[in-house]
Write a protein that binds this ligand. Sequence first.
Ligand code: SAJ
Length: 410
Amino acid sequence: ETVSVVGLGYIGLPTAAFIASKGIRVIGVDVNERFVERINRGEVPFFEPDFEATLAGVVSMGSLTAQTTTPHADAYIVAVPTPFQHDYSVDTKYIKAAAKSIAEQLKGGELVVLESTSPPGTTEEMAQFILDARPDLTDADGKPNSVYFAHAPERVLPGRIMIEMAENDRVIGGVTPIAGQMARDLYATFSNGKLLVTDARTAEMAKLTENSFRDVNIAFANELSIICDKLGIDVWELIELSNHHPRVNILQPGPGVGGHCIAVDPWFIVAAAPEEAKLIRWAREINDSKPRYVVDKVLTKAARFKAPVIAALGIAFKADIDDLRESPSLEIVRQLAAEMPDASVRVVEPNVEALPVRLSELPNVQLQDAESAIAEADIVVMLVDHSPFKRIDREALQEKVLIDTKGVWR
Ligand code: SAJ
């Protein structure tokens, strides 16, 4: 038995390593040659706690290898990006490219699982795309007779992937019941969680629903934070107290919602049912408007300084990771620097070695260590609750104008 994982990013690579660690031969595929080279040396091309040892182990055992071309395998797992476009529909170009390369290899009897988060119907579309390329694998009614398709959305939380990959329950949706069973058998090789089998469309919608639930709950917290600002109430204390109720569990407000999952997936539901998805759309808009609210708050406080020095703590999309995708704090820093050309913005981000181009191209933004940035700052803006920031000496903050979007200093 061989398994090929197509797309070796944050999800594909750990998935490949987990399967390989059970003694199954896994061939990883990625278009990025540098990624492939690094993986074959046992190096993780991104930051994820505790993953390096597992990867190095399976690579040195020879059970995981990476390459840029798709091989023949008994089962394929497709874990490629599914970005959204201007009209919020999904861009399936990476799925199609993966599907094309898989179609060329099929002999009959294989399982093809889509893991990438996708709008309802995408797995069926991928199946059709592959069968259109390989009519020899289709029976007379146009139904697949010898290739099996399923959707098994990933649910791991970046930063906790090593734990959640093994322990989370999974929803597995077969395009046909047999395909669902086959996919369940594949995931059973490495998952200790419950494997819940359904159809492909329900599995696709379940994944979008989970992330939309979180987005709506965070929007509620963000709206509360704005209401509390107006009323002079500490929103973090308010939420903590409310959450003592046995049936209340409000999430935390912040500078906005980032990452490529929660800030994206609800749009797939909105695109699929634009008239009906009212609350889901509104939550997205509330969360997307939070960075601007923070920028305006800083601008107001900065008005009394001629050339303010601003220490911005954190540009990652959340605590203790190095991922800058769709990061609200990065956007806040960019807007502050662009709108206050006389200000000097000192970015403190212990998890990156250099600023991304969007910031480094601005003349008044620089990367600095926490201690000196705070010492030199007039205004300190807490944007990401990275662990080291929680240990910052409170003495150093006296005399500074503080804007704390994460409730670290309350
Ligand atoms: N955030 C808040 N307040 C909170 C929690 C999060 O403002 O109380 C913000 C974070 O700062 C961040 C954003 O939301 O900017 C998203 O962070 P996250 O930790 O909620 O989620 P992700 O994007 O890292 O991972 C989510 C997870 N989904 C759920 O918890 C329902 C993960 O399990 C999914 O696998 C992942 O999306 C995915 O890939 O879809």
